[in-house]
Design a protein around this ligand. Structure first.
Ligand code: HEM
Length: 202
């Protein structure tokens, strides 16, 4: 970390704030935080998220060994979404993975995409409490309680690696572009899911 400069995390939080606010308020995800959440709406949200997580995780796979200090393989979560969807009675979950534009071209994209997937665990913990409140103690929460008690350490470990990126010659701006692209792909995935839900419910 260079003296006085904004941390990489602070830069990313600031530069992706609008994107995050848009995702957080999206019609497919907003019900998650609402006391009137239904099982169907929960399943729709998880179904949409699974496509994006699965696509990002596939795109990150070639970097598992090339960037071991990021522990990428241990951070995969799309299988947890599949487990929750099965508990919710969703039999065939088309991942729509192919429809997600998840390009990871370089190390900056790896840091950017992981910032979005790992940062989402912060809100995820809050959402787990809301979902349990709305759907009851039997609500499947494997995804939203990913990492269990190890959550804090996982996030801190990621932040420690992230702050070392500039000393490896990787700029904040490049990582920011990677995070923007990951949020953009998620947004497109949620919009497509919205259109599908509207079509099915019309
Ligand atoms: C209803 C949906 C969501 C809610 C309510 C929500 C809520 C939150 C909350 C409360 C935080 C912590 C902010 C803080 O520490 O000040 C957060 C951080 C974050 N969330 Fe979300 N979130 C949602 C969905 C998502 C999704 C789907 C993603 C991406 C897959 C995401 C990515 C992030 C990131 C990257 C951070 C920032 C981490 C940092 O502090 O640097 N969020 N979210």
């Amino acid at each position: 970390m260079t003296g006085g400069a904004e941390t990489v995390r602070a830069f990313l939080r600031r530069s992706t704030f609008e994107q995050h606010a848009g995702i957080d308020a999206h019609a497919v995800l907003a019900p998650l935080a609402s006391p009137s959440l239904t099982q169907d709406a929960y399943a729709s949200a998880l179904g949409a998220l699974r496509g994006w997580y699965a696509a990002i995780e596939s795109a990150l796979r070639p970097w598992d060994e090339r960037m071991p200090f990021l522990d990428i393989a241990a951070r995969r979560k799309s299988h947890l979404i599949a487990a929750d969807l099965t508990v919710l009675g969703v039999r065939s979950v088309e991942t729509w993975e192919a429809a997600v534009d998840a390009r990871i071209a370089d190390e900056a994209d790896v840091y950017g995409a992981l910032y979005v997937t790992e940062g989402s665990t912060l809100g995820g913990r809050m959402l787990a409490g809301r979902i349990r409140g709305s759907l009851g103690p039997a609500a499947p929460l494997a995804f939203y309680t990913a990492y269990g008690e190890d959550h804090g350490r996982r996030w801190r470990d990621f932040l420690a690696a992230l702050e070392c990126a500039p000393s490896r010659g990787i700029s904040r701006a490049a990582i920011g572009r990677g995070a923007d692209a990951a949020f953009g792909a998620l947004r497109a995935r949620l919009d497509a899911a919205s259109a599908l839900i509207d079509m099915v419910c019309a």
